[in-house]
Design a protein around this ligand. Structure first.
Ligand code: XIL
Length: 352
């Protein structure tokens, strides 16, 4: 063998091995149809899903569908206060780390959810008799530890979740009652100090369209921004049902007034629950609602991403929280695409 060949063979072998191992980390090739994440990206929209560590660990079909179809991942529970903080002095990072690593290996962005909420807080926190100053320092330490750990890896945070009550007043949470309304601006300030490059969002439900709660959210975030608090966006959860959902014009109008006030918006947790068993008529209505909301987001220059709250109807919070309801997502219990999926796919492809 001449000298050139002896040199080239190991080099080409190394290139093939190198290529294979980097391909290993990419989402698998799609068969035939383009995936939602790519169609959305071509339209300038990030398309995401909530996902949890137990399913990612246990279920290859879940993993493959998630990585193929979605360009962003919101940890469904793993970054919440309770799951992260088994005691005041310990952090339990394993599940959150695993999700962030999975997302990175799959070329997905991560949305951090959520730093301050009235639910899923640990018992040591809710039952402890902390002074105001102690509670403030617990919250500051928590936010700085969590945001700081993922600095540069999680670019967007739901800093405060559901701080407004359904009637538009401030929600009487642990944080509100013991720290006062300023817990909100403090949380944004601490998150900003921990990662000055992260986009910081206020996130809520039933405030997507018009009405008292939507106005209250608008007034809250506008006031924060006017006073120089580092807040960049508003998350619209969009947990709706085929019987009850906001009108497209109302959501578009709300996005527009938020844009005029300098805010980005995201649809952060969409699902469309159906009273079971889901009829084909209801599934068609569901498809229309999904399509409409993606369309509204595409039309709004400040609407950056669209996230559904789960991958498959086989794993969704709906049946547990809304007894009798289910079938709210884009893939059915067997991972077959639903009508809602094809309505969104066709819209993103410019077909309808
Ligand atoms: C839900 C999760 O999906 C469930 O697994 C958990 O038991 C409760 O929380 N609004 C939110 C989300 O902001 O964090 C909630 O997620 C759904 C409602």
């Amino acid at each position: 063998m001449n000298r050139l060949l002896t040199l080239l063979i190991p080099i080409s072998f190394a290139l093939i091995v190198g290529a294979c191992s980097s391909v290993d980390e990419e989402p698998p090739e799609e068969e035939g149809e383009p995936a939602l994440r790519d169609l959305a990206q071509a339209r300038g929209l990030m398309f995401g899903a909530a996902a949890d560590a137990p399913q990612i660990n246990a279920n290859p079909q879940y993993r493959v569908t998630l990585a193929r179809e979605f360009g962003a991942l919101t940890p469904e529970n793993e970054l919440k206060f309770g799951p992260l903080r088994p005691s005041r002095v310990t952090f339990s990072w394993d599940n959150a780390d695993a999700l962030v690593t999975f997302a990175e290996n799959s070329g997905m962005k991560v949305r951090g959810h959520t730093l301050v909420w009235h639910q899923q807080n640990p018992f040591w926190l809710t039952s402890g008799s902390f002074t105001r100053a102690q509670l403030m320092s617990i919250l500051e330490e928590h936010i700085k530890a969590v945001v700081g750990r993922y600095r540069g890896r999680i670019g967007k945070w739901d800093v405060v979740n559901e701080g407004i009550a359904d009637n538009g007043s401030m929600r009487q949470s642990l944080w509100f009652e013991r720290i006062g309304p300023e817990y909100i601006e403090l949380a944004f300030q601490w998150a900003h100090e921990a990662d000055p490059d992260a986009l910081l969002y206020y996130n809520d439900y039933s405030a997507e369209g018009s009405g008292a709660k939507s106005n209250a959210v608008f007034n809250l975030v506008s006031d924060l921004k006017n006073r120089g608090v580092p807040i960049h966006g508003v998350g619209m959860q969009m947990h709706v049902s085929t019987d009850f959902f906001p009108g497209a014009a109302d959501v578009a109008g709300n996005m527009q007034r938020l844009a005029a006030a300098g805010f980005l918006v995201d649809i952060t947790e969409m699902d469309v629950r159906i009273l079971l068993p889901a009829s084909s008529g209801e599934l068609a209505v569901q498809g229309e609602i999904y399509r409409t909301m993606v369309d509204v987001c595409l039309d709004a220059p400040n609407c950056m991403s669209f996230t559904v709250w789960g991958v498959t109807d086989a794993h969704s919070w709906i049946p547990g929280f809304f007894p009798g309801f289910g079938a709210g997502l884009l893939f059915d219990e067997n991972y077959a695409t639903k009508l809602a999926y094809s309505r969104i796919r066709d819209l993103l492809s410019g077909l309808n």
